[in-house]
Write a protein that binds this ligand. Structure first.
Ligand code: FE2
Length: 254
């Protein structure tokens, strides 16, 4: 009988994406971050209504610039957690170890996205490679339960060529939406889970039609010795872990 990890790896091998539960210990850590976000947000917005992260759209943001400044402020807060990348790696390490091997690097700056209901301002239908490395895994980590349109469409690697040709035709948003419903996978990803996908998997963010704000973090891991895209090691990544041999090689001139 296959173990849960084997099933997940099998799913990833076939499709290029998988939803994983993160380790319980790291959920405690994430809860602390959420709490800090709440405190900092309430202070920044001078809001005393005890808003939850999910209800941030109820706060009357003056305009999108103000919202974006708020998001950047929170992203700075997030990036103060210097152990975040390591902890998130360990939270799904049995899976990542199998996919990436012993020499691991991670994207330097963590991204935070706050998507209010009905906000049409979002990333276009795209895939991260080849601008990012073809050998990279994207980890999408929601801080609130994301169901239906709060989540994101990810596309099976088997429909890659079809989607690629489709997007070359410069199709309207409406057609992209129809295609997504037909060919995409829109997983429910709860707080405490992550969606992991290969950098060559197309993804599409629908307009959030639920009545909750989505808060999500995204970051990327790759093997140190695999090919890079347009983003180089020193500017874009930091080393998370090296194998014993790489470690020995650091000690001498060869
Ligand atoms: Fe992306």
């Amino acid at each position: 009988m296959k173990t849960n990890l084997e099933k997940k790896l099998n799913n990833f091998n076939n499709k290029g994406y998988v939803v994983l539960d993160i380790d319980k210990d790291q959920i405690k850590y994430l809860k602390k971050i959420k709490k800090n976000f709440l405190t900092k947000s309430r202070n920044y917005l001078k809001n005393s209504n005890n808003l939850k992260l999910e209800n941030f759209h109820k706060f009357n943001f003056k305009n999108n610039i103000f919202l974006n400044n708020f998001r950047l402020k929170m992203m700075t807060e997030l990036n103060k957690y210097s152990d975040f990348k390591q902890k998130m790696y360990s939270s799904i390490s049995p899976f990542l170890d199998k996919c990436l091997g012993p020499d691991i690097i991670v994207q330097k700056n963590l991204n935070l996205v706050i998507q209010k209901p009905h906000d049409t301002d979002r990333a276009p239908f795209h895939k991260d490679a080849p601008a990012n490395s073809n050998y990279e895994l994207v980890v999408w980590l929601p801080l609130v339960d994301c169901h239906k349109s709060m989540s994101m469409y990810v596309f099976d690697v088997n429909s890659h060529d079809y989607i690629n040709n489709f997007l070359k035709k410069n199709v309207s948003h409406q057609k992209q939406e129809i295609l997504s419903k037909k060919k995409g996978y829109l997983p429910n990803v709860k707080f405490g889970q992550v969606l992991v996908f290969w950098s060559n998997c197309f993804h599409y963010i629908p307009v959030n039609k639920e009545d909750k704000t989505r808060w999500s973090i995204n970051l990327r891991y790759k093997n140190l010795f695999t090919k890079y895209g347009t983003k180089n090691l020193l500017d874009f990544y930091e080393i998370l872990r090296v194998s014993p041999i790489s470690n020995l090689l650091n000690k001498i001139e060869v």
